[in-house]
Ligand binder design. Sequence first.
Ligand code: COA
Length: 161
Amino acid sequence: MKVIYPGSFDPITKGHMDIIERISDKFDEVVVAVLVNSEKNNLFTLEERKQLIKQEIKDYGLKNVTIESFDGLLIEFAKKIGSKIIVRGLRAISDYEYELQIAHINSKLYEGLETIFLVSKAEYSYISSSVVKEVASYKGDISTFVSENVAEKIMDKLIGG
Ligand code: COA
């Protein structure tokens, strides 16, 4: 069974990797779908975001995870790659309302599409890519939230290494 884990991943954090690792163990194939055009003002380009994810997947030794990008509606991407399962992580109750709305909309637009929610590990339940970037911008320690490679790349971008 093939599942989709979508997001902006600007950049990928240990919280995202926790979800990816757990679903790669439960499903045959995981497609990490990177959103091309988000309303967010991304720090990393699409190619950089994909490259960072690729390195993480390699470092975690996950064999059944691939990376793709998509633009437009997620359901169109799901149709294109032949998957009817989307996975999202729930960090806190504040995620729930938004996620529920999107899950309902997606299942209306694509009959049979299911959204599966995984509860984030407690130690990652308060992080987001933006928070990590903010801490980094003040030269704070981000090693608990992202890998060494991602931390280095953030620092390169923000303060030139
Ligand atoms: N651990 C740590 N952080 C996590 C996390 C986890 N497990 N899960 C989510 N986050 C963080 C992300 O880093 C991100 O942080 P940021 O806002 O600081 O950048 C934040 O939570 C939001 O998650 P993310 O998944 O990156 O983006 P999103 O919620 O904006 O986008 C899509 C989700 C891509 C699934 C959605 O926008 C989408 O499908 N877009 C395409 C258009 C579409 O089909 N819309 C639906 C119909 S309206």
